[in-house]
Design a protein around this ligand. Structure first.
Ligand code: NAD
Length: 466
């Protein structure tokens, strides 16, 4: 199979989605003209009024009916993810299966979070109601083309809102298919899809909507925040990151290196909580590097139909050029390339290991979003912490070390989600949350589900005892 380097996809009247490995067309969708977006919002407003009158329990039951449909189509949806985005079939199907399999339990948690709550003191009885907000816009990225829409669309709908989803222009077919499946159980107009790129995103943000839930890059998040400011619109921003991994002198080095390889290279490094910087104590640095390089050599980039492939290509030529520019900058400033480093065929980018990176290099400061393990050897914990916290981003962070020692370091790491001897994923019900410029707001969790609501507090005096 031949590889082709995709140029960034053009957005005219039709959006052509292509396989990032072969360049072949996967399918096409009509772009929503920016001037048609007000009509989409009007339709959402109209549908939302009836949907909001549907009791919460009934909305939850309606949405639960989408579970079996998503499960029935999970394989097909998973393959579509891989075709459009390039990730391996295991990754694509894993994403689709996680969404389909988790929907019923997630809806139960949403129902619990949105049920009225009673509070009472000596004089007053209050009830906290979680009302719908109105029309919500979900603008999503391409790297998890079903999971990212799902994390926003499901709680927003359950809360009684109408939702307008704008999937990434790089993965429109997956977003479209996901919405089609949900729409088989939803009333007309409650969930609509707008296709296009930033022009359509901007028109939605400028429209008469009540909440913009955005997952994507920091730059786009900054624009959206400015634009939403005019109407003081509510915002949820889940943005990029530069997650550090600290390997302490008492770490299980093999486990730390295995994690570093997995979390630097999965989905070709195109994950918001990828390991983007590695600080390893000098005492264990040699052993860590040996194992990291061995794991890197085991990686096999390829097409999703290649059963041996352990990672896919970059999503497009622009993303690949960005990664290569960071490697060139790091080399020019003294980093050593111990694996990979040169461009692969088409959009393929080999897993790359850099040693001796420093904070004057772009690779330590700007999100890479590509398969680079960038390593800096440190002499003690304080140096590791100082460097790990030297970023204005802070989605996740991971520490490997003896449990109590690692926990002590983790307490001082400035990030929204921290893993100790594991990735950042929290127990079921934990929020997905960023610190600093990685955004604000939550995915999942009680706090997250309530973001899609207007809280209304109704209080009455308690009868005074005679
Ligand atoms: P992107 O910001 O380029 O695009 C995201 C979405 O926003 C797309 O649908 C795009 O069309 C739209 N858009 C772009 N500019 C816009 C504007 N000015 N107004 C309105 N809409 C606009 O991001 P991407 O390249 O699709 O995704 C990669 C980024 O997403 C990375 O930075 C990654 O870290 C981040 N991300 C974050 C999380 C998280 O949970 N924090 C999860 C996944 C991805």
């Amino acid at each position: 199979m031949t590889t082709t380097q995709n140029t960034p996809k053009t957005v005219d009247a039709t959006l052509v989605s292509t396989d990032p490995f072969t360049g072949e067309e996967v399918g096409r969708v009509d772009v929503t003209p920016a001037e048609a977006i007000d009509a989409v919002i009007d339709k959402a407003r109209d549908a939302q009024q009836r949907w909001a009158e549907t009791p919460l329990a009934q909305r939850i039951e309606t949405l639960k009916a989408a579970g079996p449909l998503l499960a029935e189509h999970a394989e097909e949806l998973g393959e579509l993810i891989s075709r459009e985005q390039g990730k391996t079939l295991a990754e694509g199907q894993g994403e689709a299966a996680a969404v389909a399999g988790g929907i019923a339990a997630e809806l139960d948690r949403i129902a619990e979070a949105l049920s009225p709550e009673a509070l009472e003191d000596e004089h007053t009885r209050s009830v906290l109601h979680y009302d719908p907000l109105g029309v919500c816009v979900a603008i999503t990225p391409w790297n998890f083309p079903v999971l990212m829409p799902h994390w926003l669309v499901l709680p927003a709908l359950a809360a009684g809102n109408a939702v307008i989803l704008k999937p990434s222009e790089l993965t429109p077919l997956t977003g479209q298919r996901y919405a089609e499946l949900l729409n088989r159980v939803l009333p007309d107009g409650v969930l609509q899809v707008v296709h296009g790129a930033d022009a359509q995103g901007k028109a939605l943000v400028a429209g008469a909507v009540d909440l913009i839930a955005f997952t994507g890059s920091r730059d786009a998040g900054r624009h959206i925040m400015q634009a939403a400011g005019k109407g003081l619109k509510r915002l949820i921003l889940e943005l990029g990151s530069k997650d550090p991994l600290i390997v302490l002198d008492d770490a299980d080095v093999e486990k730390a290196a295995d994690f570093a390889a997995m979390n630097s290279f999965r989905n070709c490094g195109q994950v918001c909580v990828s390991t983007e910087r590695i600080y390893v104590h000098a005492k264990v640095a040699d052993a860590f590097m040996d194992r990291l390089l061995a794991k890197t050599a085991d990686m096999k980039p390829g097409h999703y139909t290649d059963a041996d492939a352990t990672m896919g290509p970059m999503v497009d030529a622009r993303q690949k050029a960005h990664v290569l520019a960071q490697i060139e900058d790091a080399k020019a400033k003294g980093a050593k390339v111990l694996a990979g480093g040169s461009p692969g065929e088409g959009n393929l980018m080999p897993p790359t290991v850099l040693l001796g990176v420093t904070h004057d290099m772009d690779v330590c400061r700007e999100e890479t979003f590509g398969p680079i393990a960038a390593v800096q050897v440190v002499s003690d914990d304080e140096e590791a912490l100082r460097l790990a916290n030297d970023s204005d981003l802070g989605l996740g962070g991971v520490v490997f070390g003896e449990q109590a020692h690692a926990a002590q370091i983790a307490r001082r790491l400035q990030a929204g989600m921290i893993g100790i001897n594991k990735g950042i994923g929290g127990a079921t019900g934990s929020p997905w949350v960023g610190a600093r410029q990685s955004g604000y707001g939550y995915h999942g969790s009680r706090e997250g589900h309530r973001q899609f609501c207007q809280l209304r507090v109704v209080s009455e005096a308690k009868a005074s005892p005679d």
